[in-house]
Design a protein around this ligand. Sequence first.
Ligand SMILES: NC(=O)c1ccc[n+]([C@@H]2O[C@H](COP(=O)([O-])OP(=O)(O)OC[C@H]3O[C@@H](n4cnc5c(N)ncnc54)[C@H](O)[C@@H]3O)[C@@H](O)[C@H]2O)c1
Length: 251
Amino acid sequence: MTKFIMHGCNGAMGQVITRLAKEEPSVEIVAGIDIADNIDNGYPVFTNPKDCQIEADVIVDFSVAKAVDSVLDYALGRKMPLVLCTTGLSKEQLDRVEEASKQIALLRSANMSLGVNTVFKLAAIGAEVLAQAGYDIEIVEKHHNKKLDAPSGTAIAIADAMNEVLNKEYSYKLDRSQERAKRGEKEIGIQAVRGGTIVGEHEVFFCGPDEVIEIKHTAYSKGIFAKGAIEAAAYLKGKQPGLYTMSDVIG
Ligand SMILES: NC(=O)c1ccc[n+]([C@@H]2O[C@H](COP(=O)([O-])OP(=O)(O)OC[C@H]3O[C@@H](n4cnc5c(N)ncnc54)[C@H](O)[C@@H]3O)[C@@H](O)[C@H]2O)c1
């Protein structure tokens, strides 16, 4: 049984995790921390982290970037492993995360979905074999019409996973409209589609002579991030200090 504290418990993700954790016998949310205390979650909610001294194995965070310093302080103060899922961290905060991981077990991932993290691995395998054979690599991602950033952080992370095994020799091409030129050999094209209520789709294309290999991930709900966060919490329980990723959870 993994007992965890949910930081940002009353937000969209906090609520999905609260619902999923109730259906999962191997985990229990023992307390929540959130500046909003407007929901009865069936566990105590603290608006000030200092007031939350309930015993737990791990803290899971889905809040806002400006609250990340406070959750880092809290985890360090209690020497408690932390699953950090909030995105949009500043360079200073990323440095702090690295520093904190010398004292506590810390897992940070911009995408907690086990499926997407498996796509990182599959794309890297594909790139290693097919880029050498001269296949062109393209990524197309699709999201709902409310999304502000493009391309998605996940599309960039897929490109990074491939570029890592390509000795970082590839550049990313986000716009082809400004020039009349053939695509470069060492580039990964990334295109974004925005519309409707698409939760998130990512497709990687390896295009070679007379064949195309496609790897595709489709997200149907936020449940995939919540499920990944719960698995990460169970994984991090009792772990030595260090910086972990979802890749460690997948094994
Ligand atoms: N890593 C992933 O896979 C993944 C997936 C989905 C969302 N996210 C990220 O998780 C974060 C939360 O997403 P969301 O959709 O639940 O957002 P949300 O706005 O619905 O919820 C954020 C919650 O944090 C609370 N909060 C704000 N300031 C706080 C503070 N100082 N202390 C404690 N709680 C505070 C808010 O009251 C709110 O309840 C975002 O950064 C989002 O990008 C990451």
